[in-house]
Design a protein around this ligand. Structure first.
Ligand SMILES: NC(=O)c1ccc[n+]([C@@H]2O[C@H](COP(=O)([O-])OP(=O)(O)OC[C@H]3O[C@@H](n4cnc5c(N)ncnc54)[C@H](O)[C@@H]3O)[C@@H](O)[C@H]2O)c1
Length: 323
């Protein structure tokens, strides 16, 4: 059945892809975004766009909405260490205002972008949802605080909510792809080297206890992630807060990613080994068992070369537009 959904942060990377999927599934989409890190051009053509802040969501939310998909947040781990107040204010304060507006309007269904950063250094991999949550950055702590807020809202006021804890989102979907500024994610950074926009890729540490010494991460295609959001909307039950990891359950090392980019782009990609960064766990891989079992999610684009190829096509499109 089609519905009407508010997508906060729908001018950003993940939000724009999910908004596009919702539209393709026949839903009506309203994007609310203050363009602090997003781009007007990222908003799908068939969505209505409100340039505004989630703190003012009460101005626009009313009972005509069937639910909210909440992507709007700041998400730079390093910046959150130097400016934690910015993260508490936007991610926690902003979400508190949004939850209040939803309560007032009687909108009782929510899907929230949580993160693997809520777990911190894992004791065991793959990481299950029952693992201890000990975030190592204010960013991760702010997202964990929101998860707790949502649990309270579900218990006390009957919200039906699903938090999806993403691992490393990558790839692109048509005209919607990753364009963070500054960019901190590995695949778009390596693609910048392939495009000649960056001389070499820095590999932070090659002495980790992993097969090739570099960090291992779980990359999930943004379109698979979008599928999970549509399933999560169906799985949201009033009074319950479900938390699911989203990853492929398979890890790739930094060197494997760089090698894949070499193969896909045909560019040599010089590497520079740099010291380890504080707070980078050796291995972060999700257990996706809960998402499969509770949402019925079945990722179909897990192949790393395919993920890189889609991101490369998007990066090339953008380079052509800039010329
Ligand atoms: N990209 C990843 O790998 C990843 C991994 C884990 C979790 N997440 C989470 O997913 C969500 C989306 O990430 P992304 O990579 O698309 O980030 P992004 O920066 O591309 O998108 C975030 C969007 O939210 C908007 N926004 C921020 N604060 C706002 C506010 N107060 N009011 C209105 N709009 C606001 C920004 O303008 C931007 O368009 C974030 O919540 C992030 O924490 C992303």
């Amino acid at each position: 059945m089609s519905g009407k959904y508010l997508v906060t942060g729908g001018a950003g990377y993940v939000g724009s892809v999910v908004a596009q999927h919702l539209i393709e599934a026949g839903h009506e989409v309203v994007v609310l975004d203050n363009l602090s890190t997003g781009f007007r051009a990222g908003v799908p053509a068939d969505a209505r766009f409100i340039e505004g802040d989630i703190r003012d969501a009460a101005k626009w939310l009313d009972a005509s909405y069937d639910g909210v998909l909440h992507f709007a947040a700041f998400s730079q781990v390093g910046e959150s260490v130097t400016r934690p107040e910015k993260y508490w204010d936007n991610n926690v304060g902003g979400t508190m205002a949004l939850l209040g507006a939803m309560r007032e309007a009687g909108v009782r269904r929510l899907v929230f972008s949580s993160t693997a950063a809520t777990y911190g250094e894992p004791e065991q991999v793959p990481i299950m949802e029952t693992a201890p949550t000990r975030p190592t950055s204010p960013y991760g702590a702010s997202k964990l605080a929101v998860d707790h807020m949502i649990t309270g809202e579900a218990t006390a006021h009957g919200l039906g909510a699903v938090s999806l804890r993403y691992f490393n989102v990558a790839g692109a979907y048509g005209h919607h792809g990753e364009r963070h500024d500054p960019e901190s994610h590995l695949i778009p950074l390596v693609l910048q080297v392939a495009q000649g926009r960056r001389e070499a890729i820095s590999v932070y540490g090659d002495d980790y206890p992993t097969p090739d010494g570099t960090c291992v991460r779980d990359y999930i295609h943004v379109a698979d992630l979008a599928d999970a959001h549509l399933l999560a909307l169906k799985a949201a039950v009033p009074g319950e807060h479900l938390i699911c990891n989203l990853g492929n359950g398979e890890g790739f090392s930094v060197r494997e990613v760089v090698e894949t980019v070499r193969r896909v782009t045909g560019h040599p990609i010089p590497e520079v080994v740099a010291p380890r960064r504080g707070g980078d766990p050796a291995v972060l891989v999700a257990s996706a068992a809960a998402a499969r079992e509770k949402l019925g999610w079945n990722p179909s684009r897990a192949d790393l070369a395919g993920i890189v190829a889609d991101a490369w096509e998007f990066a090339q499109q953008r380079a052509e537009q800039a010329n």
